[in-house]
Ligand binder design. Sequence first.
Ligand code: SF4
Length: 366
Amino acid sequence: MSNLVVTYGIKPKEMVQEALAAIDAASTINSNDQIGIKPNLVVDKPSALGATTSVKVVAGIIEYLHKAGCHNIVVLESSSIAHSTARAFSVCGYDKLATHYDVKLIDLKKDKTGTVTAAGLNLSLCQTALELDYLINVPVLKSHCQTGLTCALKNLKGCIPDREKRRFHSLGLHRPIAALNAALKTSLVVVDGMCGDLTFEEGGNPVSMNRIIVGFDPVLVDTYAAELIGLDPNSIEYINLAEQFGVGSANLKKAEIIELGVDKRPPLETLASPLARQLSKYIDARSACSICYGSLIHALARLKEDHLQSRLPEKIKIGQGFRGRKGNGIGVGACTAAISSNLPGCPPKAKAIVEFLRPHCGIKVL
Ligand code: SF4
């Protein structure tokens, strides 16, 4: 059995089934298994914007499972902090998918939770995810403004409650993400590499990549994905930690990788955008949630269009590390409420941040 299968083309439903057949996924599933499909619906935006898993990819998985005699299937997700999973299910086409294929959608924000200890951390996980026999992790291949990459390992963050997501950020993200993957085993990864965002995890800068990547080992998949978009996997701490915690192997040299439809492979010369890295020099982030940090990056990108960001008198403070800390400066989000000039909100919207920051750049608000 090969370790990774990559298919290229423009028909995701067919490509997924081709890749799953090539890796012989059916041989690893029992027909009476309770199967959970975990897409990435971090926000309520259509997959064409680069942030969310295409419903066509999930349709391909369900059709493959049905042909293999597997019918106990649920689709489960908890969208990002302050975003409605129900709305994401609707906007992204999952409501119609559920009706068409008779599968259940589970909003994990409403789920019970259980505690699991892994890699020395007590983790709170959604109960439905814990009770699955077979978890199919279906991330989007994207960049992340804090961790560099978001793919299979980070996608499991949608299987924890919102309060635990906040705690993950306060713990620096990498270690808890790796521990989460030790606590909750991914059985199969199907990466939606059709259209991703190589700047932010929330989409808006879509890049057509026209590929599906399938594997059983999320560490190997993420290592491959990082290299694909021009990142050094060794620089992504949660990949290294997940390997240390026994989640999988980052050794691509030993992996057998099969590529299908290589004549349809698009060039990937313009991948990782340096914009988020450039803008991060205007930010003093301490344990900031991704959703908050991403909004600030978006706001700075808007200010950059008017060449205003360089007029900021100092770095913008953001994140849970500023909670209760009094001081002078500019703070974004509820966590920096004690900073002299503060924009409230948890998280504040990018538009509100732009309006808040303009006066700090010397622009009079009429
Ligand atoms: S204000 Fe921002 S950093 Fe603080 S908890 Fe809310 S989302 Fe997270």
